[in-house]
Design a protein around this ligand. Structure first.
Ligand SMILES: C[S@@+](CC[C@H](N)C(=O)[O-])C[C@H]1O[C@@H](n2cnc3c(N)ncnc32)[C@H](O)[C@@H]1O
Length: 327
């Protein structure tokens, strides 16, 4: 494993795009066009990976009130909404996505700071967050190593990374069943229930990227190799994977720093609030209302000392049946 070399989550999928250069535009366009249908389809066919699962995964990973969260690939906000319910402060959760369509959708549903940007080049200052989450988007990034390096960079010492994903099951029978369900039935039903062909393509692409994704061991190894002191994964039903990483060092939450150093921003609008975390990074797609107005040089604050418990220490609640840990 060479953490400085690019690591693609899956090979080129020629049914969808002819070469790597055209992949980002394909992914972004597909999510832009399906943003308005995403929640409905997710509710209908989430196979248990809905709100309760996202919330439980956040709690298990150690998210607590008072922490600051960067939810990357925020989509329509399904993870961010649960994070918000836990932290209890609309300014503590920042959503980031490359798709303007998704950002417009989440902006309607959630009043949190939003940033348009790429996961692989986060327009965020170093050590700005206690917690980074990413739900069901790992397969869409261009380079896993660059992505994990960025997550490590923007986390505070002791901070936690949580990545939710689906991995194809190993037993052939389970795999065939899932291929029929996720690869054929769901794409067809998605089109029938929304009347939108792109939704069918999105759901077919969903399965094809799951089927072709690098194995979980490679993902865990890459998290570790890019600098995380701890890395691992919990598995539910042999299918749902919650990868976690912990950055070395003593943890301190932004709210505690803010109490020590005064309010970070007096601006009432969400863009300005996102700006307190923003760094001047050139990203592929800036023009979101939020990214445009974000403050060009966010603050970077040195933690004054260890004042919070280890965020991973509360993680393992009693393991559910069918739930196991790896890593
Ligand atoms: C399947 S949705 C997941 C949304 C949400 N996190 C959830 O749990 O349902 C994937 C999201 O990742 C975003 N995305 C894909 N590639 C990205 C990238 N390289 N950088 C930022 N966002 C990206 C898409 O625009 C889309 O909103």
């Amino acid at each position: 494993m060479k953490p400085d070399q690019p690591l693609k989550p899956h090979p080129i999928l020629p049914d969808y795009y002819p070469d790597l250069a055209r992949r980002p535009a394909f992914v972004r366009g597909l999510f832009d066009r399906t943003a308005g249908y995403y929640d409905r389809v997710n509710r209908l066919f989430s196979l248990g990976s809905g709100s309760w699962y996202r919330r439980r995964a956040l709690v298990r990973a150690g998210l607590r009130p008072g922490m600051t969260v960067l939810d990357v690939a925020v989509g329509t906000g399904l993870v961010a909404r649960q994070a918000l319910a836990i932290t209890g402060d609309p300014q503590s959760v920042v959503g980031l996505d490359v798709s303007a369509g998704m950002l417009a959708e989440v902006g309607r549903l959630l009043k949190i700071p939003l940033i348009q940007g790429l996961v692989e080049q986060l327009p965020v200052t170093d050590a700005a967050f206690d917690f980074v989450s990413m739900g069901y988007a790992l397969r869409h990034v261009a380079d896993l190593n660059a992505t994990f390096r960025e997550f490590h960079r923007v986390l505070r010492p002791g901070g936690t990374l949580l990545i939710l994903e689906i991995a194809r099951p190993a037993p052939p029978f389970k795999r065939a069943l899932l291929e029929f369900y996720l690869g054929r039935l769901i794409p067809l039903l998605s089109r029938l229930t929304t009347g939108n062909r792109d939704m069918q393509t999105l759901m077919r692409y969903y399965w094809d990227t799951i089927e072709n994704c690098v194995p979980p061991e490679t993902i865990i190894e890459a998290i570790r190799a890019t600098g995380f002191a701890q890395a691992g994964c919990t598995v539910d039903l042999g299918l749902f994977r919650a990868y976690f990483g912990r950055k070395a060092g003593a943890a301190v939450s932004l709210s505690q720093i803010s109490r020590l150093s005064g309010p970070a921003s007096g601006h009432p609008d969400r863009s300005a609030r996102a700006g307190r975390f923003a760094a001047d990074r050139s990203v592929g797609a800036r023009p979101a209302e939020t990214a445009r107005k974000a403050h060009p040089a966010g603050r970077s604050v040195a933690p004054p000392g260890p004042v919070r418990d280890d965020p991973m220490s509360g993680r393992p609640e009693p393991l559910a049946t069918n739930h196991r840990r790896e890593g």
